[in-house]
Write a protein that binds this ligand. Structure first.
Ligand code: UDP
Length: 495
């Protein structure tokens, strides 16, 4: 085929990520995968967000892949944010959170103009950008709804929205069974997200998200068939078409240098220190503790966690997001950090950790996680069992998947789904934390969980190799998008 003909047939896909690491990291990874499979890719973002991945994109471009970013200014001054604050990970309170959300909404028209200029064959846009389903309709092209979480969470949410099993219970802590699932899974109303349990400012927004999902051409999941095939099936029969093309991080990052360069490098802890510390530990003896990119625990909860970890007697490496608002936290944690340094029992990483590198280290034996989907997938890819401590959103469903369905996790006993917990909230006590750590890190108790986690890790690796399920899905998806492009071209009258 001539270069001209090849360009004509080449798919041109725009990716529009949402400015939060748990959304942006997997979408950029997926965009890179598309480019590596011959697609011409444009990622639309804002300046500070672009800094997190621009080098990687440039390096892919210099290797000959058709991938680039288009950067639009973020209206920081208009929404009342300092320059450079464009990502939800930097929101230390709800007010800032809302301003970042508003800023993205304010550049909708500029984004749509760029869609028109670039004339893509398809849009891959984050689930939290429901208006893009209209943009795709205007352009007459398919929108792929991008969701980096579990099929289980979507199926559970749809079932609860439809059947309302939580309504009419005598209290918010009574259990109900989620109807229509292949497994018997119980939850309490208190574990459901705002908007489902109680009307909130998010209710209307999430209604729009769900409506846009059903009107999209299909969904794209950072997932793999062998992990939750039952729920993938249920999704397809009840919600709609989807492709599972994950775990994308294991697929695009195949060497350590790239893993280190992934996202928010400027915040990275000094490598030699944490690595030396981990190198001094026995295999599978250290618990990795992280609550992802958004959650900041209240002071009283940090204190309980510190005591719980210490009392467990097991070694740990704990990532703490800095929260400038509380001096108190820093003096307590400062002393705790010193004490742990002396006893060599614990290592604290402030702000941002190279999570993929840490999880792959042989000294790591388990992951205490907030059940963000990327963290779960990364733990599964590394073959590690988990302690589950969900905080908000769909994380409570993900906990159920890990503990009740996959049986690779120990719940710490989190009771309430809340975006920002306060000092007054009950939280999880030090005894419960220590008990869960002892259970997971004790080799006898967790032997079966460990075996199952390793099996899933092998399946994850196979799924992204040539011939594997995710590999096959990606090729099939690209073929389908190409056919749609050709049909569109044939249907367009010649000028
Ligand atoms: N992450 C990281 N270092 C950190 C915190 C988070 O590399 O210190 C990455 C993590 O590996 C994952 C993403 O950020 O890919 C967080 O996504 P997840 O879905 O787990 O949680 P969220 O931050 O969305 O709550």
């Amino acid at each position: 085929m001539s270069v001209e003909a090849e360009t004509q047939h080449q798919l041109n896909v725009i990716f529009l990520p949402y400015p939060a690491p748990g959304h942006m990291i997997p979408m950029v990874d997926t965009a890179r995968l598309f480019a590596k499979h011959g697609v011409s890719v444009t990622i639309i973002t804002t300046p500070a967000n672009a800094l997190n991945f621009q080098k990687t994109i440039d390096s892919d471009f210099n290797c000959g892949y058709h991938i680039r970013t288009r950067v639009l200014p973020f209206p920081a001054a208009q929404v009342g944010l300092p320059d450079g604050l464009e990502n939800l990970k930097d929101a230390t309170n709800l007010e800032i959170f809302e301003k970042v959300r508003l800023g993205i909404l304010m550049i909708k028209d500029e984004i749509e103009l760029l869609f028109q200029e670039l004339q893509p064959d398809s849009l891959v846009t984050d689930m939290l950008l429901p208006w893009t389903v209209e943009s795709a309709a205007k352009l007459g092209i398919p929108r792929l709804y991008y969701y980096s979480s579990s099929y289980f969470s979507t199926c559970a949410k749809y079932s609860i929205r439809k059947y309302q099993p939580h309504k009419g219970l005598v209290s918010d802590t009574h259990r109900f069974t989620i109807p229509g699932l292949p497994h018997n899974v119980e939850m309490t109303p208190l574990q459901l997200e705002d908007g489902l349990r109680i009307e909130s400012s998010f209710t209307e927004f999430f209604d729009a998200v769900h409506e846009s999902e059903s009107r999209s051409y299909a969904a794209l999941y950072n997932n793999f068939h062998e992990l939750e095939g039952d729920y993938e099936q249920l999704y397809k029969s009840t919600v709609g078409k989807s492709w599972s093309v994950g775990p994308v991080s294991a697929w695009v990052y195949n060497d350590d240098e790239r893993k280190t360069n992934r996202g928010h490098k400027e915040d990275l802890a000094q490598e030699s220190e944490w690595l030396d510390w981990l190198n001094s530990k026995q295999n599978e003896s250290v618990l990795y503790v992280s609550f992802g990119s958004l959650s900041r625990l209240p002071h009283s909860q940090l204190v309980e966690l510190a005591h719980g970890l210490e009392h467990s007697g097991h070694s740990f490496i704990w990532v703490i997001r800095k929260n400038n608002e509380s001096e108190n936290v820093h003096s307590f944690l400062g002393e705790f950090e010193e004490k742990m340094k002396e006893s060599k029992k614990g290592y604290i990483i402030w702000n941002w950790a190279p999570q993929l590198l840490i999880l792959d280290h042989p000294a790591i034996g388990g992951f205490l996680t907030h059940c963000g989907w990327n963290s779960i997938l990364e733990s599964v890819s590394a073959g590690l069992p988990m302690i589950t401590w969900p905080i908000f959103g769909e994380q409570f469903y993900n906990e159920k998947l890990v503990v009740d369905v996959l049986k690779i996790g120990v719940p710490v006993g989190a009771k309430e789904n809340k975006l920002v917990a306060t000092e007054e909230d009950a939280g999880v006590g030090r005894e419960e934390i220590a008990k869960a750590v002892v259970h997971l890190m004790g080799k006898e108790e967790s032997r079966d969980m460990r075996r199952r986690a390793r099996k899933l890790s092998d399946a994850a690796k196979k799924s992204i190799e040539e011939g594997g399920s995710s590999y096959h899905n990606l090729i099939q998806l690209l073929d389908e998008l190409k056919s749609l492009k050709i049909t569109r071209a044939l249907d367009t009258p010649l000028k």
